[in-house]
Design a protein around this ligand. Structure first.
Ligand code: NAD
Length: 317
């Protein structure tokens, strides 16, 4: 294991074998570990690249990599599958936790909750109370979802059915029936141009890395808001900071960063109306329990059984 899991998950693994928690998850430690292990259990911060997989293949022992969570951007899935190593993950574990956070971030941004809290503590009750409200109620807004997968759908469901928000979206695959009214748009740009809020729910891939750069931000509707609870590298922080400083964007809420933790000179630390959270999207009790359940599939593979959530070749980016 490269990152500590719950006591219960550690105990479930310990019942079938020796569990070693690696003190470091840098490349050298991982290369050493995979040569001696039957299974590797990781979370977000361990990079299982082609070199690590090659070391595992050469030693011929590693049977399964378990990724507690959904984004597989830290695992070279093709290399693992080519080497005959199974990868299991927990695609549904974080969906509701992330969707709850995203809706909360939209409301807190638009109602300036963080700013109110700071002003109250600074004795500026009247100033902040009398500031002119800018965002309309969510029933009068259009929210644009980029990536209408599990999380995008859960966000759209909450907003459309709970708040009466109009939902537009763009996805690179055909999306079938959705449990709320939503309008598919033929391009990213048509969502950016029309949405009052753009919320990102894409995986980190070659296509999405740096997708929200200065050029893309220039096509956003003036006075709109951006939410990123997908992956840090999808947004170029310096470009977003500029868009916020110029007032082209009214606000942003960013849960994921690049790198994590971000450096002291991270451009978004000094950007106006930018709410930052520390990659907490999945961190509800239910979300964490679901991610820890990856050990069930790891154990299944070790015992020669079919796992519930194998990552197949269709997920290779
Ligand atoms: P998902 O696979 O169900 O949905 C992703 C959707 O994005 C798919 O419908 C896919 O077709 C679409 N997509 C891919 N590339 C695209 C592109 N270039 N343009 C438009 N659409 C594109 O995944 P999910 O469970 O909804 O999770 C989405 C992402 O959220 C994960 O990959 C992960 O990076 C991130 N995530 C973040 C947290 C957090 O703590 N903030 C927690 C869980 C997941």
């Amino acid at each position: 294991m490269t990152e500590r899991a719950s006591e219960s998950a550690m105990a479930r693994l310990a019942a079938v074998g020796d569990v070693v928690l690696l003190p470091d998850c840098d490349e050298a430690s991982l290369i050493g570990a995979v040569a001696a292990a039957d299974a590797l259990v990781v979370r977000t911060y361990s990079l299982i690249n082609a070199k690590v997989i090659a070391a595992a293949k050469a030693a011929g022992r590693l049977k399964v990599i378990g990724r507690g969570g959904v984004g597989l951007d830290n695992i070279d899935l093709k290399a693992a599958l080519d080497a005959g190593i199974k990868v299991v993950y927990t695609p549904a574990a974080s969906t509701h936790a992330v969707a709850d956070l995203v809706v909360g971030l939209i409301v807190s941004l638009q109602r300036r909750v963080v700013e109110n809290d700071r002003a109250m503590r600074a004795g500026e009750f009247s100033t902040v109370r009398l500031a002119k409200p800018k965002a309309n109620e969510l029933r009068h807004q259009t929210v644009g979802v980029i990536g209408m997968g599990r999380i995008g759908t859960a966000v759209g469901f909450r907003l459309a059915n709970g708040f009466g928000t109009r939902i537009i979206y763009h996805d690179i695959r055909e999306i079938g029936w959705l449990p709320f009214p939503a309008e598919s748009k033929s391009s990213h740009r048509s969502v950016y141009a029309e949405a009052d809020v753009v919320t990102l729910h894409v995986p980190l891939t070659k296509l999405t890395c740096g997708m929200i750069d200065a050029d893309a931000l220039a096509s956003f509707k003036p006075g709109s808001y951006l939410i990123n609870a997908a992956r840090g590298p999808v947004v170029v922080p310096s470009a977003l900071a500029e868009a916020l400083k110029s007032g082209h964007l009214a606000g942003a809420a960013i849960d994921v960063h690049d790198p994590e933790p971000p450096p002291a000179d991270y451009a978004l630390l000094s950007a106006p109306n930018c709410v930052l959270t520390a990659h907490i999207g999945a961190r509800s009790p239910e979300g964490l329990a679901g991610m820890n359940d990856v050990v069930e599939d790891v154990i299944a593979v070790l015992q020669g059984k079919e796992p519930n959530w194998p990552a197949g070749p269709e997920l290779i980016e």
